[in-house]
Design a protein around this ligand. Structure first.
Ligand code: G3H
Length: 541
């Protein structure tokens, strides 16, 4: 009992918090960015609290981090107007700028962004409870993503920097922007996933209205000035507030050309449906998933357990790619469970700044209650929590719960928990997990653990057509970012990767002319006189 209480006693007293891991003062953000101007907000604000609680003599108190503006319809339409002016129906400075020049703007932004690393990392850690190490990783991975995107765009531009001839037609084919783009990212990767939309959208010549996620908002503040300084006015506009008063209104106006969104399909569908001319709207979405792990009887059990622990519990299971249900063959289920629970017991639980910490408090206020409901539902229907202390709640901290045996009747079998509850099912026949995948509304990835190549081969062929990535003997994940990240069914729309994103946020457009003396003269004069940014054979070195 003492041991259990000790493990749940994760929150520090004021004195125990390292001074370099807190904010010098709460960040009372007033600024929002419209038309290249940091406007000062005087209206309603949203207060921000960390998932970290502070232990006092009379219980726990919340750690207040600051506040940010809740702008409304008026400011959202000001952002739209600024974006429209900057795009100017495709004639603006930014959409017509040579790629080389747009890259220069992006490089300047990257330089200024890197100067804000420590501030952004600290806010990321405090706002969503991601470990300091993983917050650093998220920042560095995002910078790397920008650099890789620039390289990929250079290659794309180099491939387009020539005139082709086919059937007596000269043509130059490039990729052009689509227009006014909304970007909204998720709270679990508020920097990386948002920038994985924002950066390719911008660099392809689109203009952007960006609204940060529900948590992980203040961390954008240190970057506002870089956005303001590095892009022409109106090219990037950043607003804060409730989706229904901001982005929903913009979608209803029909003036949005690209809707890029990572989050829940419920919100995505409401926003997408509110656009009056859906054929004019390009949607790019990363939505829910419930990736299964399938552990075959001949699997290397230690490897499977280690990967399943990482897959199901990294950042408390709050990853879209997390393993959210584990199918283990009945012959090895007891042994798998024993080793899984043992490994779980060894995980460090605590505050995000602690070295080696894996399980941290959750940012969503209602998440502990939701975890509790899923556990109660499953235990009522025949599952047990097989680890000591599983599901115990202390404020925003939930001790991971391992549920076994889980069956189709339980909510946890179907719902995306996005938190530290791990459902394990045992199976007799491989047809059972395959049927789960066929019936599921989601289709992102699967992990299969086994050693028999013939059996694995027999699974790969049907499974690649159920999901978009079959992971062999490893957890599911998005990276490396050069690989395609997408999903079937309700899990995604469009494909993201460094190179795919450049395509998703652009359209092929071309200049063509019949092979005749007049056209030869015109093309030569334009190209040699460098009169067009599009019709050009300049090669980026
Ligand atoms: O939340 C979904 C993220 O894209 C997952 O990325 O697999 O690299 O953690 P990750």
């Amino acid at each position: 009992m003492i041991e259990i209480e000790k493990r749940m006693d994760v929150f520090p007293t004021e004195e125990q918090i390292p001074a370099n891991m807190v904010l010098a003062a709460p960040l009372e953000q007033k600024e929002y960015l419209i038309n290249g101007e940091l406007k000062m907000w005087t209206g309603t604000v949203q207060e921000v609290f960390s998932p970290v609680r502070i232990k006092g003599t009379n219980g726990y108190s919340k750690m207040r981090l600051g506040s940010f503006p809740i702008v409304g319809e008026k400011e959202s339409f000001e952002a739209l107007e600024a974006a429209q002016k900057a795009y100017d129906l495709g004639r603006g400075i930014w959409p017509t700028m040579p790629v080389k020049k747009r890259i220069e703007h992006m490089l300047r932004f990257t330089k200024m962004m890197k100067e804000q690393r420590s501030e952004v990392v600290k806010l990321l850690m405090l706002e969503i409870g991601k470990s300091y190490k993983d917050s650093e990783k998220e920042f560095d991975r995002t910078v790397e993503y920008i650099i890789d995107t620039i390289d990929a765009l250079k290659n794309l531009d180099r491939d387009s920097s020539r005139i082709q001839m086919k059937s007596d037609i000269y043509a130059q084919i490039r990729r052009g922007p689509l227009g006014i783009t909304v970007c909204m990212g998720p709270y679990n990767y508020p920097l990386n996933e948002t920038f994985a939309l924002l950066i390719p959208a911008l660099i392809m010549g689109n203009v952007v209205i960006f609204k940060p996620a529900k948590h992980g908002v203040l961390l954008i503040h240190p970057l506002l000035n870089a956005f303001k300084e590095c892009f022409p006015k109106g090219v990037i506009n950043i607003i804060y507030g409730h989706g229904k008063d901001t982005i929903a209104k913009l979608m209803e106006s029909g003036k949005i050309d690209v809707f890029s969104f990572i989050g829940s399909s419920k919100i995505a569908n409401i926003l997408k449906k509110s656009h009056p001319r859906p054929n004019r709207l390009r949607s790019v979405m990363g939505l829910e998933a419930k990736n299964p792990a399938i552990v075959l009887p001949d699997a290397d059990l230690d490897l499977a357990v280690n990967e399943c622990i990482l897959g199901s519990l990294s950042f408390n299971g709050q990853r879209c790619t997390a393993l959210k249900i584990i199918f283990v063959h009945e012959q090895i289920a007891d042994e798998f469970n024993k080793r899984y629970v043992k490994k779980l017991e060894s995980l460090k639980m605590g505050m995000p700044w602690e070295d080696g910490v894996m399980i941290t408090p959750l940012p969503e206020l209602d998440k502990p209650q939701y975890m509790k409901e899923l556990i109660e539902d499953a235990t009522k229907k025949g599952a047990s929590v097989i680890n000591k202390n599983g599901g115990a709640i202390n404020e925003s901290f939930v001790y991971p719960a391992v549920l076994y045996p889980v069956n189709t009747e339980m909510r946890i079998y179907h719902e995306e928990q996005f938190g530290p509850v791990v459902p394990i099912c045992s199976f007799k026949s491989i047809a059972e997990p395959i049927q789960y995948m066929v019936d599921s509304n989601f289709g992102q990835q699967v992990s299969i653990f086994g050693t028999d190549s013939a059996q694995l081969a027999g699974l790969i062929d049907p499974l690649v057509n159920q999901v978009c990535r079959v992971n062999i003997n490893c957890q599911c994940q998005r990276g490396p970012d050069m690989f395609p990240f997408n999903g079937r069914k309700d899990s995604a729309e469009g494909t993201l990767s460094v190179t795919d994103a450049l395509r998703v946020f652009s359209i092929r457009t071309m200049v063509a002319g019949k092979d005749m003396d007049l056209n030869k003269k015109i093309l030569t004069e334009i190209i040699e006189g460098r009169r067009s940014n599009f019709l050009s054979t300049d090669y980026i070195l």
